[in-house]
Design a protein around this ligand. Structure first.
Ligand SMILES: NC(=O)c1ccc[n+]([C@@H]2O[C@H](COP(=O)([O-])OP(=O)(O)OC[C@H]3O[C@@H](n4cnc5c(N)ncnc54)[C@H](OP(=O)(O)O)[C@@H]3O)[C@@H](O)[C@H]2O)c1
Length: 334
């Protein structure tokens, strides 16, 4: 059987629909026919700069939702016809921008019936990365998801840099769930402050505060600084005042989301570089945990979903919006 792939022929385009052989799932893999695709910063970085592209042409896209087409040996949680949402770790020709793609079963979860395919497609990677930032990076275990080590005492005050990003808005919710009485401070454009408070932030600062050590420190309890920082957007490398937000005699926990290759961790902090895979490595049930939290109303859609177009041909224009994207998840409907 053949399928259509929306291949990026070379860096910067063009994209072209190309006929290819339909993929077959290997052990612990499923194939999925997508109904919606989300557009992520890495897709734009790959398309424009080839950030993690092993070779051209390639099929981009790391996240989607759709219907399971077939399952490989050892897959017990899914069957053909199931409605699912997923992340994938891309290879040259296995990205989500095609009619059928392959995903490892551990990065797939059942789509909650009350969410549209577009909403579901917006969830997995931000959730996994936020969960890794909280549980692996800040050593704050997530209730009901064993497998991560705790630091004792747990941080009492946390600064989330980039609260209006997919990862940041997910992390605020998970921190509130794990540490009900902690102080959560975040930075974003003012337009998103009310929403971030509704997700669990106590204090929202304008992005300009990231250049102002005194303002960051003053926002923490007693003006003493914070125990932990989760840098969801990799901002501290360019705004070192962020590091001054740490409490001088605190644990100085710093979780940095991997946003570009070759990033250096700062000295003198308890630093961890995190990506979505880190939480799967700690507990392969992390995606099931997402479904459970959604069903229990403990995790909300972190960001508004904007459908930027229908069909593969809408992808390029959608990707061009990524650098200016603010507080939304951009999604393509199929
Ligand atoms: N390694 C991994 O596994 C992994 C997984 C997911 C994401 N990532 C990376 O993590 C980053 C975040 O991804 P995402 O999908 O969550 O991003 P996103 O939602 O597309 O991020 C857009 C938001 O980030 C905020 N932002 C951008 N630059 C900022 C800065 N310097 N300071 C503060 N806020 C800033 C903007 O805030 P305002 O508009 O409110 O100002 C905007 O709302 C990306 O670089 C992505 O590539 C890595």
């Amino acid at each position: 059987m053949s399928i259509q792939q929306y291949q990026a022929i070379k860096q910067g385009g063009p994209f072209k629909l190309v006929t290819a052989t339909a993929p077959k799932p290997g052990p612990h893999e499923v194939t999925i026919r997508p109904k919606a695709l989300s557009l992520n910063a890495i897709d734009w970085k790959n398309f424009r700069f080839g950030a993690t592209v092993p070779g051209w042409p390639t099929v981009l896209g790391i996240e989607g939702s759709g219907v399971v087409e077939s399952v490989g040996d050892g897959v017990t949680s899914f069957k053909p016809g199931d409605e699912v949402m997923n992340w994938i770790q891309r290879t040259q020709y296995n990205g989500t921008f095609q009619e059928v793609y392959t995903a490892r079963d551990v990065v797939v979860a059942k789509k909650p019936a009350n969410l549209s395919f577009e909403e579901a497609a917006s969830l997995p990677i931000a959730f996994l990365t936020a969960a890794a930032g909280v549980a692996v990076g800040l050593k704050v275990p997530l209730p009901g998801l064993p497998g991560t080590e705790a630091i004792n005492p747990a941080p009492k005050s946390i600064l989330v840099i980039g609260g209006s990003s997919g990862v940041g808005s997910g992390a605020i919710q998970l921190l509130r769930l794990a540490l009900p009485s902690a102080t959560i401070i975040t930075t974003s454009s003012v337009a998103h402050h009310a929403h971030l408070k509704s997700l669990g932030a106590n204090t929202c600062l304008e992005r300009a505060a990231q250049e102002d050590s005194a303002a960051l420190k003053a926002a923490a309890p007693g003006g003493a600084g914070v125990d932990a920082i989760l840098d969801a957007v990799g901002a501290a490398a360019d705004s070192p005042a962020i590091y001054d937000a740490f409490k001088s005699d605190g644990p100085k926990l710093y979780a940095l989301v991997l946003t570009r290759p070759g990033v250096q961790l700062p000295d003198g902090l308890q630093s961890t570089l995190v990506g979505g895979q880190n939480i799967i490595d700690k507990n392969p049930a992390a995606m099931e945990y997402l479904t459970k939290l959604l069903a229990e109303g403990k995790y909300k859609l972190p960001l508004k979903v904007e459908v930027v177009g229908k069909g593969f041909e809408a992808i390029e224009k959608g990707l061009d919006r990524i650098p200016q994207n603010s507080g939304k998840k951009l999604v393509i409907s199929l």
